[in-house]
Write a protein that binds this ligand. Sequence first.
Ligand code: F6R
Length: 314
Amino acid sequence: MPTGRMPGVRGDVREIPHLRPPVDLLEQPPCPFHANWSAATSSAPDGWSADMEVVILPGPDDCGRVVADILARAVGNGGAGTRPTLGLATGSSPLTAYRELIRRHREEGLSFAGVRTVNLDEYVGLPADHPESYRSVIRRELTAHLDISDDDVHGPDGSASDPLVAAREYEQQLRDGGPVAVQLLGIGANGHIGFNEPGSSLTSLTRVKTLTEQTRRDNARFFDSPDDVPRHVITQGLGTISRAQHLVLTASGAGKAAAVAAAVEGPLTASCPASVLQLHPHATVVEDEAAAAALERADYYRYTLEHKLPHQPF
Ligand code: F6R
């Protein structure tokens, strides 16, 4: 935050009431950039360092199977006595993967015993038991069907009397909980991940964000009326998300094509928050043909996938 004179402003900005940042912002460390990136790289298992992997598959069910493979491997990798943490997203994109995990649990005995889950985000102002609160959605779409206890399903408290405090507390809870093994992500048509709308700092931490009107319109399908979509959310920041050991973004449908291309092949920029994946040591983008339609290097990604070595897992 500015601590002294700003061009065109006389005096110290902290003395001007409408420019004075909240006290807690002044108290934050000057710039979390280095802390976040070194945390991200050092939390990559076994010094893993790879390029972003782009996996193009025919349709959403194929994407769901690959994403489920990655999540199932993370659960299996935990080993006895460990409690792997999975980072979960809501919305339509992860649903095929969630259905596949539920199927494997029921039909193949895949166990999630001891697994903790952390949600990416939550609407501000919806009670936790509202059917569209992200806590309810994750329970309904996934965890209630697995051997994961409700006590191990975590998310921001969107109904807290002070959402700013709730956001800080969630950030602390995430830090205390240790590394997230895999963070699953969808992508907004405007390039958001979590609810880091365009313009979000690439090093941001968990905080309250105001949704764009486009995002509110996109999410209106889950509510009785577009006016019911909350305006504010608590979301993990881009720096928070980047601390996960493996980022897996999944997308399907033509409506995501421009955002996927900007995230994967565009410049690293806060204008496309998902482009932060380009900095991560282990990021996988799994999308169907329609969502891949605007990728310039699509043929190369397909070729790479076709010639993947047996010991090169996702
Ligand atoms: C949801 C979330 C959002 C969604 C994104 C895509 O927890 O964080 O970033 O992933 O808005 O939503 P869908 O998948 O519904 O298109």
